[in-house]
Design a protein around this ligand. Structure first.
Ligand code: SAH
Ligand code: SF4
Ligand code: F3S
Length: 461
């Protein structure tokens, strides 16, 4: 990682026709996790402040950005194919500036520069403050600009995001990760853990509520490792829950290791903190958990899940599972199945292990065959479907409070919104509007979502 703003010569830029003085419109595509969504909102705000206008199409834009993700190979492939399409745009319009931002920029800068010479700007996740200045330089200089230096301090204090309208506001409270799970690229792409100043988080939360957002989601790669002076994550959660007008608070992604008793108590105490926890398991085998550097055993995880269900009745628990981690035998895999059977997660994100260059696990010699990974993945997906249906069915006959979030993909006459426990419910629109809280009686469970019927409106937006 370089310590200075690295400027590298770039063969194609010499052919640029410099009409760029009038640059106005930018397009940004966001891949990856919610942290990237929140970062793109910061970038949009910054560019708006500089007079650039956001456009919905790359073809009509003078600046085209992609905010990238490196978590699995598939995520990176998406970026390569998108850049292939943008190369064509640039061939027709050489003055266009193309920028690769985010986690992949960090890790693949060399590859991008060597194999994608039409890319003008490569910026890692801690360098966005420099974007306006870099765009100006890129307009005037015929060179591509790379800055992927990671910072120990950057939390984008003093910058506030430009959010799309909607019901949920993402609020980034910490960045980076120090846990170094052996499969994961995040500590390398995002750098060291650092937390934001509590006052500025509260101000951002108050602003979001003032601007009509009813739901706030606190974000961080390890959200519950938040620590600012003497404040821990549960303290912050309590402070946010007391801001007037906050109807719903969620947070993601927590690490099981940092789910404290105090956190569960605060969740139990405040109605506006959603009754939902994402509890990434990764594997149920002690041997694999150790090799993953996950700091908990199968039994620790099972006791934690039990404690959560006891402390927070009706809680929704979701998880992340990786199959085919190096050295995973059939017995190890069955341990994962056994945890799934025991906890019966409400939902799960299931992944085949994807080796990431630079991580420890990618160097292990006992990598698993793709065919075996695929079979195991299908097994966990099918089992999870059964569990999700089972959990959803328990809600049939109950009345749930739903925040109306969007039109259902199935029908223009139906809304979709989530329960407090993070389950999607589809119901006929009636007279209610987006962003309203309504009571819905749950009639049926269909696939992984629920079908309901409007009972009454709870609170107008
Ligand atoms: N900080 C969170 C997870 C962030 S990454 C946590 O610790 O739980 C989101 C998920 O992507 C991880 O939980 C893991 O299941 C998955 N993942 C990360 N690296 C991966 C890899 N190399 N291959 C497959 N899945 C991976
Ligand atoms: Fe990756 Fe582990 Fe950090 Fe999560 S805790 S971001 S899985 S290294
Ligand atoms: Fe991807 Fe970076 Fe998020 S690697 S999952 S965008 S932190």
């Amino acid at each position: 990682m370089s310590n200075t703003l690295n400027i590298e010569k770039h063969p194609l830029t010499k052919q640029r026709v410099f009409k760029k003085k009038n640059i106005k419109k930018f397009y940004i595509e966001t891949l990856g996790c919610q942290m990237n969504v929140a970062d793109s909102e910061l970038i949009i705000a910054m560019l708006n402040n500089e007079g650039f206008i956001k456009s919905e199409s790359p073809q009509n834009s003078d600046l085209i950005f992609i905010n990238t993700c490196s978590i699995r190979e598939r995520a990176e492939e998406k970026v390569h194919s998108q850049l292939g399409r943008w190369d064509k745009i640039k061939k027709n319009k050489p003055e266009v500036i193309i920028g690769v931002l985010g986690c992949m920029a960090q890790n693949l800068k060399q590859d991008i520069l060597e194999n994608r010479p039409f890319v003008d700007i490569v910026l890692g996740p801690d360098s966005y403050r420099k974007l306006p200045e870099i765009i100006k330089r890129s307009i005037n200089d015929e060179e591509s600009i790379v800055d992927t230096k990671l910072s120990r301090y950057e939390v984008y204090e003093g910058l506030f995001p430009k959010r799309k309208g909607g019901v949920n506001a993402w609020i980034s409270i910490m960045r980076g990760c120090d846990k170094f799970c052996t499969f994961c690229i995040v500590p390398f792409t995002r750098g060291r853990e650092r937390s934001r100043n509590i006052d500025s988080i509260v101000k951002e939360a108050e602003d979001a509520v003032y601007n009509g957002f009813r739901e706030l989601t606190l974000l961080g790669q390890n959200v519950n490792s938040f620590k600012y002076n003497d404040y821990k994550f549960h303290d912050l959660l309590e402070i946010i829950s007391q801001i007037s007008g906050v109807d719903r608070i969620r947070y993601t992604s927590p690490h099981p290791q940092d789910i404290s008793d105090e956190l569960l108590d605060i969740m139990q105490k405040y109605d506006n903190i959603c009754n939902y926890i994402h509890l990434p398991l990764q594997s149920g085998s002690d041997k694999i958990l150790k090799r993953m550097h996950r700091s908990y055993s199968k039994d620790d995880f099972l006791s934690l899940a039990k404690k959560i269900r006891q402390t927070l009745p009706g809680v929704g628990i979701s998880t992340d599972i990786i199959v085919g981690f190096p050295g995973e035998t059939e017995e190890d895999f069955l341990e994962t199945i056994s945890v799934m059977e025991d906890v019966k997660f409400d939902s799960a994100f299931n992944f085949k292990y994807s080796p990431r260059i630079g991580t420890k696990a990618s160097e292990y010699e006992d990598q698993i065959l793709e065919t075996i990974k695929q079979k195991r993945l299908e097994k966990v997906i099918n089992l999870q479907k059964e569990h999700s249906i089972l959990r959803n069915k328990k809600l049939i006959g109950s009345t749930q409070t739903i925040l109306v979030e969007k039109q259902s993909k199935m029908s223009p006459d139906h809304w979709a919104g989530r329960t407090d426990s993070n389950k999607w419910v589809i119901f006929s629109k009636g007279k209610v509007k987006l962003n309203e809280m309504v009571k819905v009686s749950i009639l049926d469970s269909k696939g992984v979502s629920l079908k309901g019927e409007l009972v009454s409106e709870v609170k107008a937006a």
